[in-house]
Write a protein that binds this ligand. Structure first.
Ligand code: HEC
Length: 186
């Protein structure tokens, strides 16, 4: 390719990308983006956001060490009571298929009483969940719980989530009941 032709090609690309950036900024300022939670993402936006979240959390949680005693009854009981108090309104419980939050929030809070799609091995799933509960998820209804809850308390909820899809409404009731000595506040 002669040099002058090469140069004009570069110029052409620079102009095209400047136009694309300007169009993007103009769109942001235009107010035409639909912001309502009752307006669903396009398939492409949905894919981009899901992939962004999955890749980001997989990377951020890769180094987390899962406690060896995750499946002890103590963790299950402590995690169950916390789950019922703080999470069931959005993530449901056995026998409950919807709430105001699952109907109105977008992204929709996943129903954690159903078996979740795997993330490789159970350890990777546990790390992913621990990180998500600790840090929350931007621009979604999922809060970060770390400011008020220490790591042990979060692991207890991760332990409970492992068992949640197997529980009947009665078993759930028993496992999430709080003893009178434990008010649930630290
Ligand atoms: C106000 C609603 C709300 C509350 C309360 C809430 N969450 Fe969430 N949670 C969400 C939403 C919404 C998402 C999905 C965000 C997304 O799709 O990007 C989510 C995602 C998650 C995920 C990731 C699920 C997955 O496998 O992808 C976990 C785990 C989770 N929440 C656990 C909890 C726990 C444990 C609690 C209680 C301590 C809790 N959440 C409280 C709304 C909530």
């Amino acid at each position: 390719m002669p040099f002058t032709k090469f140069l004009s090609c570069i110029k052409c690309l620079a102009v095209a990308s400047a136009v694309a950036v300007a169009a993007g900024v103009a769109f942001i300022y235009s107010g035409f983006y639909p912001m309502g939670a009752d307006d669903r993402h396009t398939a492409l936006t949905f894919w981009a956001l899901e992939t962004l979240r999955e890749r980001s959390i997989a990377r951020a949680s890769a180094g987390i060490e899962v406690p060896a005693n995750l499946d002890t009854p103590e963790r299950l009981l402590a995690g169950g009571a916390d789950y019922n108090d703080m999470c069931a309104g959005c993530h449901l419980k056995p026998g409950r298929t919807e709430s105001d939050f699952t109907l109105g929030l977008y992204p929709v809070p996943p129903n954690l009483t159903q078996v979740a799609p795997g993330r490789g091995d159970p350890e990777a799933q546990a790390r992913h969940r621990f990180w998500t509960i600790k840090h929350g998820i931007k621009a979604s209804g999922m809060p970060a719980w770390a400011p008020e809850h220490d790591d042990e308390r979060i692991w207890n909820m991760v332990a409970f989530l492992r068992r949640l899809p197997d529980l009947s409404p009665e078993q759930y009731q028993i496992l999430t009941a709080r003893g009178s000595a434990d008010s649930g506040h630290h």
